[in-house]
Design a binder for this molecule. Structure first.
Ligand code: SF4
Ligand code: SF4
Ligand code: SF4
Length: 327
């Protein structure tokens, strides 16, 4: 990834120097070994601070919504999952394609710091370098090479779009990887195999941990309303609820609000500080949509429409296929 990082800096410098864009959105090194923070730069000299490494997991697309209100043209670096989010934001009329230049980055996968900590490899860690599926853990005492498979985010292990689906310029070679549709919904099938009572218990336990910090909502590219219905302080629904049912209500409403627009980026689960596997709820809705209306993946095509916003006389009646309580 280091060679591509050098190209990232070069591309950013040229884009700013030529006036092709007035701002670049990328990542810079944060405070800790696992930090890669989003950064806007306007000065070509600052392009030297841009990075592309195994921790550039943050999806940059959503940052465009606010920034494009005051900036005419932004150049942005997008991975595969970020590009799906970009397409969805376009379809939701949250951003204007004309104001953006996309530099696509084929992505080998990103490293989950929690997995590194669990393996005890974080002690004295200075840096993690990635080359394809090989990681090098660098400490003051030397280097250790390992396979990335044990450390990739779960979402990266099941990634179906390592290459951006939309870009003006691709930085580096496309990644060739076998992707299968077969186990796309394996997590949902496991939940569906539980009894309704077991499933209810599972989600009640998960949602009771929720702090209502809103990180899942704020990071989500499908949750892009300027004013969220839950930011209603007067109605008492904007913060941590005193009863579990209200927390469940928040998550079910959110899942329905993003139904048909969720791009399966897994960011909601990644940022949750208490580890609630939120994407499983969205996955269940996605699986049902695919079974009822045919294969559909939000964000893959910038122009198609979600089955939930279209209607044909042949459409399945969902209550025929999924009787209440059956799944
Ligand atoms: S989901 Fe795919 S594109 Fe996104 S960070 Fe993981 S490997 Fe990269
Ligand atoms: S990120 Fe987690 S704790 Fe925060 S609101 Fe979402 S589910 Fe709740
Ligand atoms: S609901 Fe979660 S997986 Fe879906 S788009 Fe939002 S952050 Fe990504």
């Amino acid at each position: 990834m280091e060679k591509i990082a050098a190209k990232v800096r070069e591309v950013a410098k040229q884009a700013l120097a030529s006036g092709a864009v007035t701002k670049i959105l990328g990542w810079e090194t944060g405070e800790f070994w696992y930090d890669a923070s989003p950064v806007f730069i306007t000065d070509e000299k600052a392009a030297d601070s841009l990075i592309w490494d195994a921790f550039c997991v943050t999806n940059l697309s959503k940052y465009l919504i606010k920034e494009l209100k005051t900036t005419q043209k932004i150049g942005v670096f997008l991975k595969g999952c970020d590009s799906l989010a970009f397409n969805q934001l376009l379809k939701d009329h949250r951003i204007d394609q004309e104001q953006v230049v996309i530099y696509g980055l084929p992505c080998p996968g990103m490293i989950d710091p929690e997995k590194v900590k669990k393996a005890g490899l974080h002690q004295g860690l200075l840096k993690v370098k990635r080359s394809g599926d090989e990681l090098t853990f660098v400490t003051a005492n030397g280097e250790k090479k390992v396979s990335s498979r044990s450390f990739d985010y779960d979402k990266c292990l099941r990634c179906r779009y390592p290459n951006p689906v939309v870009y003006q310029e691709l930085i580096g070679e496309e990644i060739v990887r076998e992707t299968s549709n077969e186990d796309r919904f394996a997590d949902v099938s496991a939940l569906e195999n539980l009894s309704p009572e077991e499933r209810y218990d599972y989600w009640t336990k998960q949602f009771s941990k929720c702090l209502r910090c809103n990180a899942c909502r704020n990071v989500c590219p499908a949750c892009s309303c300027e004013k969220c219905v839950f930011d209603n302080v007067a109605a008492g629904i904007s913060g941590k609820a005193t009863v579990d049912s209200e927390e469940q209500f928040f998550h079910i409403i959110r899942a329905y609000h993003v139904a048909g627009r969720c791009v399966d980026c897994g960011e909601c689960s990644r940022v949750c500080p208490v580890g609630i596997p939120l994407h499983k709820l969205n996955h269940k809705i996605m699986k049902d949509m695919n079974e009822l209306y045919g294969t559909y993946e939000a964000g893959v095509d910038g122009a198609d429409k979600s089955p939930l916003v279209t209607y044909t006389l042949d459409d399945t009646d969902p209550f025929d296929g999924h009787r209440q309580g059956e799944k």
